[in-house]
Design a binder for this molecule. Structure first.
Ligand code: FRU
Length: 326
């Protein structure tokens, strides 16, 4: 087969400031390691939509062959993404959406479903009655909008559950530490906090334990990442009652990008599944993710062993041959 052409993929990433984004990039790099003909460039917008616009403009100017974009907020990135698409640059939207349907493919979680799953779980946990607080992601970012929408939709079936406040927290734990004390003082009867991601849920736990409230507050989050201080461990340690799994889509984004670049068939909407992780399944979940990491490590080692075996075999065969002919 003729060698594959060089493909240049530009990735505009809204932030690299947390483990979830690092896991996303690790997934992308793993998949990219199978495609040495891909030149991959990532630009980090540091949670700044204006900076992200400039970076997308830069990637368009560089005439990348394909653009992957995870927009910090929908509005500010929509027109530019449409422009790139209309210019003929394939665009893969990853995790966060623009406000437009003009893109080549979407890869990411179903955030409406994440919100609904959280709402149903809350109803079950609270036996269908109680007061709930919601700590939201950044206003104008699509997962925050969709998680809130799905959560409200699910809770609408339970008239005795009251959503007493929604706090815009920018996805950041620091903004939870700043805002939550006052909100909890205004709503001391809060039974449960739904945070739009695990880092904010973890910060909520910190605030709740410091405030000595009249009764315990349950906390649930989103992401369910493995590794120290992340969702799976927080659930295992009882810091969180549950987290909704939100896969990063890193590997799938690169796979989809390669299909598009090679003019192979691909799926336009790639919605990754969510599930509740709580004390009932966190053990097997953790074991499984750790097992997977180990297997990947083993696979790499096996590959190296195989290569050196093959070299040894080749030289042995020469030795046997020499013995036979002598
Ligand atoms: C990471 C993050 C995740 C969240 C996702 C939503 O930057 O805040 O915690 O699930 O982005 O886009």
């Amino acid at each position: 087969a003729p060698p594959e052409p060089v493909y240049r993929i530009g990735f505009s990433q809204c932030t690299m400031g947390d483990d979830w984004r690092r896991a996303m990039l690790a997934g992308m790099e793993k998949e990219l390691s199978f495609h040495p003909n891909v030149e991959f460039q990532m630009l980090d917008a540091h949670n700044d939509s204006e900076l992200q616009r400039q970076q997308v403009e830069q990637l368009i100017k560089q005439q990348v062959d394909l653009l992957i974009i995870s927009p910090n907020q929908s509005g500010p990135l929509t027109a530019l993404t449409e422009m790139a698409y209309n210019q003929g640059i394939p665009v893969v939207i990853l995790d966060r959406r623009t406000a437009s349907r003009l893109y080549t493919a979407y890869v990411g979680g179903n955030n409406l479903e994440v919100g609904r799953t959280a709402g149903r779980y809350v109803a079950q946990l609270l036996h269908q009655r109680g007061q709930v607080l919601e700590l939201m992601g950044r206003p104008g970012s699509s997962p925050a909008t969709d998680r809130a929408k799905g959560f409200a939709q699910a809770l609408a079936a339970y008239p005795d559950i009251r959503l007493t406040a929604q706090v815009a927290c920018d996805w950041q734990p620091t903004s939870v530490l700043q805002q939550l004390p006052a909100v909890l003082r205004a709503h001391p009867e809060t039974d449960l906090i739904f945070a739009h991601n695990d880092p904010m849920a973890r910060a909520a736990y910190q605030v709740v334990t410091q405030l000595a409230l009249p009764h315990p507050v349950r906390i649930i989050g989103v992401d369910g990442l493995s590794g120290p201080g992340n969702g799976l461990q927080l659930v295992e340690d009882g810091v969180l009652n549950a987290t909704m799994l939100y896969p990063t889509g890193g590997e799938e984004a690169i796979r989809t990008a390669l299909h598009i670049l090679r003019h192979e068939p691909f799926t336009k909407e790639n919605l990754l599944k969510t599930m509740v992780i709580d004390s009932a399944n966190v053990g097997p979940m953790r074991a499984q993710t750790e097992q997977l990491a180990l297997q990947q490590h083993d696979l790499r080692q096996q590959q190296q062993r195989l290569e050196s075996e093959m070299q040894r075999y080749a030289s042995q065969r020469t030795a046997v041959y020499l013995l036979l002919v002598s």
